[in-house]
Design a protein around this ligand. Structure first.
Ligand SMILES: NC(=O)c1ccc[n+]([C@@H]2O[C@H](COP(=O)([O-])OP(=O)(O)OC[C@H]3O[C@@H](n4cnc5c(N)ncnc54)[C@H](O)[C@@H]3O)[C@@H](O)[C@H]2O)c1
Length: 252
């Protein structure tokens, strides 16, 4: 599954313990040049420096996925520097554990802007190049919350946005399949990262672990390994699909 000379953008990959960084690591290990793109430029720079010190190839860029201008600027910049984009992983995401009666318009719009509209902006921006080169791999971070509702830490807005990502990916997958472009999504359960770690007491973590058939939380690597496969050349006949990564806690 060599990804030598593939150019990959991973959004939201500047978080030290995040899924995005783990994805970028798996792609870089396979030979891809990885764009560490994050709203927190400093985090992205730290990750990219770490990669380059380890012999991987990476560049850091600022990206706000909620801004069409920011997305367009990043894609133009990477196109200029590397001449193409082969892989996009739509990983940037935020959650809020609000119950339905607490959700304000502002919070609803923010959750949708990052988790759903950001996926639209980034996908739309890379597609012209992918269509022209007749090759592309796009993988989205949805969530088990988007399939069954009631994710542990996401409210109904988060579930709705993550479900929206699945429908969006299927529809676009049909439109671009003939150009050698695939769009797939992963639907992780509870993964141990900052997004979840900050919301868990040690007691709650223990309780949640016991509810998972695998008796452990997922790791960022568990998710990254599946994404690396979907982003590889070998997965060329898989499109519009979803992979559950949840230790058995939800099965379709
Ligand atoms: N951790 C879990 O249990 C879990 C489960 C299912 C799905 N997910 C999804 O996986 C993805 C990664 O989550 P994580 O757990 O690694 O969280 P994380 O908070 O560690 O990483 C999210 C990253 O997105 C970046 N980001 C936020 N807003 C952005 C914006 N507007 N533009 C660009 N970057 C932005 C953050 O700076 C951060 O680096 C998210 O989409 C999340 O919804 C996580």
């Amino acid at each position: 599954m060599s990804m030598k000379d593939r150019i990959a953008i991973v959004t939201g990959s500047g978080s030290a313990r995040g899924i995005g960084k783990a994805v970028a690591t798996e792609l870089a290990k396979r030979g891809a040049i990885v764009v560490i793109a994050d709203i927190h430029l400093q985090g992205a720079e730290t990750v990219a420096a770490e990669f380059n010190d380890s012999g991987y190839k990476a560049v850091a860029r600022h990206l706000d996925v909620t801004s069409r201008e920011s997305v367009a600027a990043l894609v133009a910049d990477i196109d200029r520097e590397f001449g193409k984009i082969d892989i996009l992983v739509n990983n940037a995401g935020i959650t809020r554990p609000s119950r339905i009666l607490e959700i304000t318009d502002e919070e609803w719009d923010l959750i949708f802007a990052v988790n759903m509209k950001g996926v639209f902006y980034c996908t739309q921006a890379v597609l012209p190049g992918m269509i022209a080169q007749r090759y592309g791999r796009i993988v989205n971070l949805s969530s088990v919350s988007g399939k069954r509702g009631g994710g542990v830490f996401g409210g109904s807005h988060y579930s709705a946005a993550k479900a929206g990502v699945l429908g969006f990916a299927k529809a676009v997958a049909r439109e671009v399949a003939e150009y050698g472009i695939t769009l797939n999504s992963v639907t992780p359960g509870l993964i141990d990262t900052d997004i979840t770690g900050g919301l868990m007491t040690p007691e709650r973590r223990e309780l949640l672990k016991q509810e998972i058939p695998a008796k452990r939380l997922g790791t960022a690597f568990d998710v990254a390994a599946a994404i690396a496969f979907l982003a590889s050349e070998d997965a060329g006949y898989i499109t519009g699909e979803e992979i559950d990564i949840n230790g058995g806690s939800h099965m379709d």
